[in-house]
Ligand binder design. Sequence first.
Ligand SMILES: CC(C)(COP(=O)(O)OP(=O)(O)OC[C@H]1O[C@@H](n2cnc3c(N)ncnc32)[C@H](O)[C@@H]1OP(=O)(O)O)[C@@H](O)C(=O)NCCC(=O)NCCS
Length: 137
Amino acid sequence: MGQGDLEAVVAIEQLNAKSPWSKKQFLQCVEWTLVVVVDNIVVGFVVVVGVVDQAELQNISIHPDHKELGLGEELLDHVINGLPKQIDQIYLEVRVSNFSAIRLYNKIGFVEVGQRRGYYSTEYGREDALLMSRSLC
Ligand SMILES: CC(C)(COP(=O)(O)OP(=O)(O)OC[C@H]1O[C@@H](n2cnc3c(N)ncnc32)[C@H](O)[C@@H]1OP(=O)(O)O)[C@@H](O)C(=O)NCCC(=O)NCCS
């Protein structure tokens, strides 16, 4: 992601996320963010942070007009295949109600390794997170 992609990334986040990241949060993650571009327009992004031998998928989003076309899966495959060799495990957290994301993660080999009670806020109270992981060995 370049600085010029920031507005588009924030706009996609606002459209899709229940608790959207701020522009400042994205600015702090510029070096870990990849965007997907179709016809010169940013239509999605992924944020993956690597620390020593582990990586964390912190955010992924595809613009509503471009969902269910395979872009989310392609973007994740691309970023995972590009991780440094010393990274042998990737983790993520996802709302238990986010069926489309959970199906995507299951499809590309993530498995549930735990739950975090009341991790996310919702308009009705709190919601659990699934903790998922995939081995890269
Ligand atoms: C989750 C998300 C990134 C998926 O992106 P996408 O480009 O629409 O997904 P793809 O087209 O690549 O689909 C890949 C797989 O994901 C699953 N999937 C995607 N959308 C789905 C839906 N609406 N219902 C069920 N499964 C779905 C399917 O397993 C699909 O494979 P299939 O087509 O062979 O069935 C997208 O829905 C999104 O941006 N959601 C809002 C943001 C979000 O929730 N991010 C995750 C935060 S943890």
